[in-house]
Design a protein around this ligand. Structure first.
Ligand code: IPE
Ligand code: IPE
Ligand code: MG
Length: 245
């Protein structure tokens, strides 16, 4: 039976786009005297729970920050372990995603990922492309600044080739050239682990997102935490620069 705390009947409609900075796997493992990989493994289970819960609640877009551009600076062993978990996730979970009507989309710099992982991503995106229950966006090898630089470069090429006039370079043109083209901006960004920073996540897109920082470590994140964050979101007054009521 669902307790009052886990019921989400009163939360409709949920925010269209929820984005999560999944942080704290290492500290979760350290607190238990385990290797960091153990934390990442448990973190993958939290991903499963969260995807399922978000879909049940009717979230349209769920973006998960899984690996940043800067995470390449971690020790090679940890990067290898994280890539191994990613491979497992893509191999084993996509079937479930597909069965549940979820579309998978990956944002980030694919040129730095292994060829086999890129192939798995392309296969998974193609397989789930027609699904409409929810879009799961995985941010992999993703950095907000790099994304904006890449958009600027693409726009520069369009201008140089005469396909775009300089005065047509506006917010819409910039948005069109980001990885998130066609997606709504996140309404709610959650960061776990107690850190209160954005760490290069969705820098352009977060302009008017509501931010929720939770002390829970990512491997412990459960449906009650997601529901609590959405409850918090519903209590905020979003103004988008206009005067308050
Ligand atoms: C988040 O957990 C996972 C990734 C960034 C890949 P961390 O590995 O950053 O865990 P902490 O922050 O060291 O606890
Ligand atoms: C942000 O977490 C990146 C991901 C969750 C994938 P980090 O642990 O890398 O961020 P910092 O280093 O604490 O800012
Ligand atoms: Mg961290």
């Amino acid at each position: 039976m669902e307790s009052a705390a886990t019921s989400h009947a009163d939360l409709l409609p949920p925010p269209a786009h929820v984005a999560i900075i999944m942080d704290g796997n290492g500290r979760w493992a350290k607190a238990r005297g385990l290797p960091r990989t153990a934390g990442h493994k448990r973190g993958a289970e939290a991903v499963r729970r969260t995807v399922e819960c978000a879909r049940e609640m009717g979230v349209s877009y769920l973006t998960l920050y899984a690996f940043s551009s800067e995470n390449w600076k971690r020790p090679q062993g940890e990067v290898t372990d994280l890539m191994g978990l990613l491979r497992l996730y893509l191999r084993n979970e996509v079937r479930t995603l597909h069965k549940n009507g979820i579309r998978l989309k990956v944002i980030g710099d694919r040129s730095r990922l292994g060829a086999d992982i890129v192939a798995l991503i392309e296969e998974s995106e193609a397989k789930t492309a027609g699904n409409a229950a929810m879009t799961l966006v995985l941010a992999l090898s993703y950095g907000g600044r790099q994304e904006i630089v890449e958009a600027a470069r693409r726009i520069a090429v369009q201008v140089a080739e005469g396909r775009l006039a300089p005065d047509q370079v506006d917010e819409a043109a910039l948005s069109r050239n980001l990885f998130t083209e066609g997606m709504p901006d996140p309404d709610l960004i959650i960061r776990t682990s107690g850190e209160k920073r954005i760490s290069n996540f969705l820098l352009w897109q977060c302009a008017y997102a509501e931010l929720v920082f939770l002390d829970v470590l990512w491997p412990d994140f459960d449906r009650e935490d997601l529901i609590g964050a959405i409850r918090d979101f519903h209590g905020r007054e979003r103004r988008f620069g206009a005067s308050g009521g």
